[in-house]
Design a binder for this molecule. Structure first.
Ligand SMILES: Nc1ncnc2c1ncn2[C@@H]1O[C@H](COP(=O)(O)OP(=O)(O)O[C@H]2O[C@H](CO)[C@@H](O)[C@H](O)[C@H]2O)[C@@H](O)[C@H]1O
Length: 479
């Protein structure tokens, strides 16, 4: 099938969070399964630094009284054709956070619709999050193009309808008070990124005001868990970490801990219990809980803590201030850095993710892959990917708590800190996590079946995976 992915992010060239991972990884796998998948992405000002882009556009179009150009390239490291939507509003060297956000992403969606109608006609347009929410509405005009809408984050729902009516074409049949609601109504299939979250968003606690609508369309709503790129994120050959390792050579992992402690200015001590966090600093990620207990946790224990993240100024300053009270024991890095994030996954003993809500979560899968034991709140995709540690039966992969309460998080962190003293059991816990299979292959098969179902085709028989299994046996040479 011909499939066009349309989204605001695509790793490795334009990524802020997990959506970029999905748009960057899934097309590669779907192409291996025989689909002609291509990506449509804004031409951000920083992209020429990261990849080769021809100077001549392949097509010029017109939408919302604006001229735009489309450039063709290839997503680096893959064979996936990448179309870049060129317009001056995307020239700044940023992905989000501008005053013209609503306007320029509506223009981007409009450009994508024009592109499908006039240049490369796909059978399926796979849209991601509110930025692309108007596409299912407009493409409803074309019965030969079907749409899939993936919700990565329901909290961000895009511009209101009154604003859309001022700037663009809202057809007479359009329903929905913002772009997210409109997409949910008009997409042929709607999915979110884990089965648990797909159920949760039908309730008032997680539905972000559109739970009624999501219940109403539940017949076309499903949950497909994300994967991670197990080739790029592989502790056995990751060139960004000080020491590669596998489940067989877990002892060597402490070299990474020492290297990280040196790098971020923590006291060098391979026996210290080191907790890491790599995250967008936003309410979703449970930072208000962390702020309520972190000071006490640091005061009561000898643990160390390293944070890498950017986001709300309030959380940035609060975390920075706690760090200043624990020199040598807590480090806060307020920046975005992929290489450092890998070193944190590879060096920390535990990884903290106490999310208020979590559609899927990629960081906890990365942590498991690199042997960092997740401490998570049981919500959304965290329920589907981390199982509760049961020392008696030697089962489970992480420490979990249920209620969104500071005391529950505190208790859970203390339990992990205590558990870390029992080295053989801890290592088994790490190994179980590292042996979990989070490769994209399984998700790709489910997306394939979703696409097939839209054309009345039966699900494909499960084929043996062509992906290397995640059971690691031998450390590859770093070179
Ligand atoms: N400062 C920093 N430096 C380096 N790397 C950083 C970083 N901050 C974050 N990252 C990286 O960004 C990714 C975060 O992905 P998540 O899925 O955990 O959260 P996010 O909320 O962005 O994604 C949303 O979309 C995804 C995809 O569907 C869902 O899994 C998720 O639940 C939903 O909230 C990870 O790869 C992490 O390593």
């Amino acid at each position: 099938m011909r499939i066009l992915f349309v989204g605001a992010e695509a790793a490795p060239v334009a990524k802020v969070g997990g959506m970029g991972d999905v748009v960057g990884a899934l097309p590669k796998l779907l192409r291996q399964m025989g689909h002609d998948v291509r990506i449509f992405l804004p031409y951000y000002g920083f992209l020429p630094d990261k990849m080769q882009i021809p100077s001549e556009p392949i097509w010029k179009g017109y939408a919302m009284f604006q001229d735009f150009s489309v450039y063709e390239s290839v997503l680096p490291g893959t064979d996936v054709p990448l179309y870049l939507f060129g317009h001056s509003s995307f020239n700044p060297r940023r992905i989000y956070a501008g005053e013209d956000e609503d306007w320029r992403f509506t223009l981007f969606s409009n450009g994508a619709a024009e592109f499908c109608w006039n240049y490369w006609k796909p059978e399926i347009v796979h849209c991601h999050d509110w930025h692309t929410g108007m596409l299912p509405v407009w493409l409803n005009q074309s019965p030969d193009i079907t749409t899939v809408f993936t919700i990565h984050n329901l909290a961000y729902q895009g511009p209101w309808r009154w604003y859309l009516e001022k700037i663009t074409w809202c057809p007479w049949y359009m329903q929905g008070h913002n772009t997210m609601a409109a997409a949910v109504q008009f997409a042929n299939k709607v999915n979110t990124v884990s089965p648990t979250y797909a159920e949760q968003i039908k309730t008032p606690a997680y539905g972000e005001q559109i739970e009624g609508l999501l219940c109403f369309i539940s017949g076309k709503l499903s949950g497909i868990i994300n994967g991670i790129d197990t080739e790029i994120y592989n502790p056995a050959n990751d060139k960004y970490i000080a020491q590669t390792f596998t489940t067989e050579t877990l002892e060597q992992r402490k070299v990474n801990k020492i290297a990280l402690q040196q790098e971020v200015g923590l006291e060098v001590n391979s026996k210290a219990f080191l907790i890491g966090m790599v995250t967008r600093l936003v309410e979703q990620k449970g930072l208000d809980l962390v702020l309520q207990i972190l000071d006490r946790f640091m005061a009561y224990t000898d643990a160390q803590f390293v944070l890498l993240g950017t986001g709300d100024r309030y959380y940035e300053t609060q975390m920075w201030q706690i760090a200043s009270r624990y020199p040598g024991r807590m480090a806060t890095y307020l920046l975005y850095n992929d290489a450092l994030s890998r070193r944190i996954y590879a060096a920390t003993d535990a990884f903290l993710m106490p999310s208020r809500f979590e559609p899927c979560g990629i960081s906890q899968m990365m942590a498991l892959r690199y042997g960092s034991v997740p401490i998570v709140r049981r919500t959304g995709g965290l329920v589907d990917t981390v199982s509760h540690y049961d020392p008696e039966n030697e089962a489970g992969t992480g420490y979990c708590f249920d209620r969104y309460e500071p005391l529950d998080l505190f208790t859970c962190m203390i339990r992990a800190w205590e558990g870390f003293r029992f080295k053989p059991q801890w290592q088994e816990l790490q190994k179980r996590g590292m042996n979990e299979d989070f490769s994209w292959y399984r998700s790709a098969q489910q997306y394939d079946n979703l696409y097939r179902s839209m054309y009345g085709l039966p699900p494909r028989e499960e084929e043996p995976t062509s992906e290397p299994k995640l059971i690691l046996t031998e450390a590859n040479d770093k070179s």
